[in-house]
Design a binder for this molecule. Structure first.
Ligand code: PGA
Length: 251
């Protein structure tokens, strides 16, 4: 059965005390609300251990926003998948367009990160998406097809069950410009068909595909009503508990 998920991506925001307060508020809100989806908070590395202490991990999943492409060793400043897992986090966001764009993460590097994350027992929220330039040049399917196939299609069916896809058109991230629900649905259907070709209809039907990019309480319901949109990866609106819960309760 396909899961609906709303995941927050806090990015590089909040101090540890602020993050703990936000996580507590989300945890309490989730505990006292009748919700119809899984909820995850994606937080900076520095926050993982402290946030883990104040959430019920069975009700609110915990994600890192990245992990290294090595497990240990002389990589100053990096944080590995086993380190993330040792905090009690159960997810990692990989391949966000900000990581790809600002830190030169390639499909090949992400393939390694995906393998190490799965090996460490983490589930992966794998981001893909096109720039406005690529969309206008008619390269959307080529770009997204390469991102997904080059980093994920070496996995076997058992491993695939730990993958969540997040479609995030780069032009919609933090810009206030949401893809229309029809635009998003079209790409989600394309992604599901791509997965079906590789893993079969059943596994593709069970795969959660999130939309991300200026998703907010006012547009979440329309987006989530589409047949291939199974929730959201939420940036800006995940930093306020009320806004985030407004999206969570859109299901
Ligand atoms: P946004 O970011 O919701 O602030 O547009 C989404 C994301 O980058 O995951």
């Amino acid at each position: 059965m396909r899961k609906n998920i709303v995941a927050g991506n806090w990015k590089m925001n909040t101090t540890v005390p602020e993050g703990v307060e936000l996580a507590k508020a989300v945890n309490d809100a989730v505990a006292s609300t009748d919700i119809k989806c899984d909820v995850i908070v994606g937080v900076p590395f520095t926050h993982l251990t402290a946030v883990k202490q104040v959430i019920d991990i069975n009700k609110v999943g915990l994600a890192a926003e990245n992990c290294a492409d090595h497990n240990s060793g002389a990589y100053t400043g990096e944080v590995s998948a086993p380190m993330v897992a040792s905090t009690g986090a159960n997810y990692v966001i990989l391949g966000h367009s900000e990581r790809r764009g600002y830190y030169n993460e390639t499909n090949e590097m992400l393939k390694t990160k995906v393998d190490l994350a799965l090996e460490a027992g983490l589930k992966v929220i794998f981001c893909c998406g096109e720039s406005l330039e690529e969309r206008e040049a008619g390269k959307l399917e080529e770009v997204i097809g390469a991102e997904i196939s080059e980093s994920l299609f070496h996995l076997d069916a058992e491993q695939w069950k730990n993958i969540v896809i997040a479609y995030e058109p780069i032009w919609a991230i933090g810009t206030g410009k949401t893809a229309t629900s029809d635009q998003a649905q079209e790409v989600h259907a394309f992604i599901r068909a791509l997965i079906a070709k590789q893993f079969g209809e059943d596994l593709a039907g069970d795969t959660t595909i999130l939309y991300g990019g200026s998703c907010k309480p006012s547009n979440a319901q329309e987006l989530f009503a589409k047949p291939d949109i199974d929730g959201g990866l939420i940036g800006g609106a995940s930093l306020k508990c009320d806004d985030f819960m407004g999206i969570v309760t859109a299901f």
